[in-house]
Design a protein around this ligand. Structure first.
Ligand code: TRP
Length: 326
């Protein structure tokens, strides 16, 4: 089964992203029946990013972080959207098949309008670029968070309409909604989100991570008093990171045998250990960017071959078959 998903490179991956979707996405490559295509959706990031240095930094960071977290280019195809020109060309061809009404119904767009965020035309047509990302590769299953379900359905609608109009070219994709792991709390106990400024990045530097963990908001309870594990963000993190001594910790909370400070210190160790292997892989990648470059080049080459073949079928169907006049 061909599985494809894109990861927008508009920020630095944090722990909320990791438990929300990254981990589940990466695991898909380990099932022998899956053929996984993963790409960094950097063109999509232009809908919000204006600064070239920042754009480049985020793009590189996303490439390296995803590889470090386990995307294995031997098992999966990994590439950058911007390396495959066919995405932008197909977008135009599909835009001319997509009704305004379809795009106006997109939740993500309506949400931006409702919040009075100024929308550029890229943001409005974002789902069509996403449709091109998917349809170029005959992807069958698209694992996404529930906020992206509608976009995949739009890709399916556009594909259906195209096939009907011009003849069968596109495989119809289906969304697969990634399980909603419990909401991941941020430093202040609200949902972890870049827009709340309460995130912990996956590859935080050691001192910063320690500081952030120590700054997690907790109730004010005098030392020696019992603590309530159920309302405690620190405890929630212990659980999320699979603390093997969770039961014991729970007892210590309830018996007043541990304070927030010690619980946080243990949490820091737990998080630091949890990402140790990934961090080591990442350090190697950072020291050997040539190798990263090669991975991207090989990915781009393979992806290009597939995408170009599909694009030329599409062009032919539409009458763009390069025939000379008479
Ligand atoms: N829009 C997706 C997101 O923000 C990223 C994305 C771009 C994508 N192209 C895609 C996901 C194609 C799946 C398939 O999460």
């Amino acid at each position: 089964m061909r599985i494809l998903t894109g990861m927008q490179s508009s920020g630095i991956p944090h722990i909320g992203n990791y438990f929300g979707m990254m981990r589940q996405t990466i695991e898909l490559q380990d099932y022998p029946d899956n053929e996984c295509f993963y790409f960094i959706a950097d063109l999509h990031a232009f809908t919000t990013q204006r600064n070239p240095e920042e754009f480049r930094a985020h793009q590189e960071r996303c490439v390296i972080d995803w590889l470090a977290l386990g995307i294995d280019p031997k098992k999966s195809l990994f590439y950058r959207q911007s390396d495959i020109r066919a995405h932008t060309e197909l977008t135009w061809l599909l835009l001319c098949q997509a009704n305004m009404g379809l795009l106006q119904r997109a939740h993500s767009y309506k949400d931006k309008l409702a919040r009075k965020i100024e929308a550029n035309a890229g943001l409005f047509t974002y789902p069509v670029l996403m449709a091109a990302d998917i349809l170029l590769y005959d992807a069958e299953v698209i694992p996404v968070g529930k906020d992206q379900k509608q976009h995949v359905e739009m890709a399916r609608d556009i594909a259906q309409k195209f096939n009907h109009q011009f003849g069968e070219v596109f495989t119809l994709p289906k969304p697969r909604i990634l399980k909603d792991v419990q909401t991941i709390p941020g430093l202040d106990g609200q949902k972890m989100s870049k827009s709340y400024g309460n995130t912990i990045d996956i590859f935080e530097d050691e001192t910063v991570l320690r500081k952030k963990v120590m700054s997690i908001q907790t109730a004010s309870v005098p030392l020696g008093e019992p603590l309530d594990p159920s309302g405690c963000t620190v405890f929630a993190f212990h659980k999320l990171f699979g603390n093997p001594n969770l039961k014991k910790l729970e007892q210590q909370y309830k018996n007043g045998e541990i304070g927030y400070g010690d619980s946080k210190k243990q949490l820091f160790e737990l998080i630091w250990e949890y990402f140790r292997e990934a961090r080591e892989r990442r350090e190697k990648l950072l020291l050997n960017k040539k190798c990263v470059q090669e991975i991207l080049e090989q990915g781009a080459q393979k992806a290009n071959t597939i995408a170009e073949k599909k694009l030329s079928e599409v062009r032919k169907k539409m009458g763009l078959d390069g025939k000379h006049l008479a």
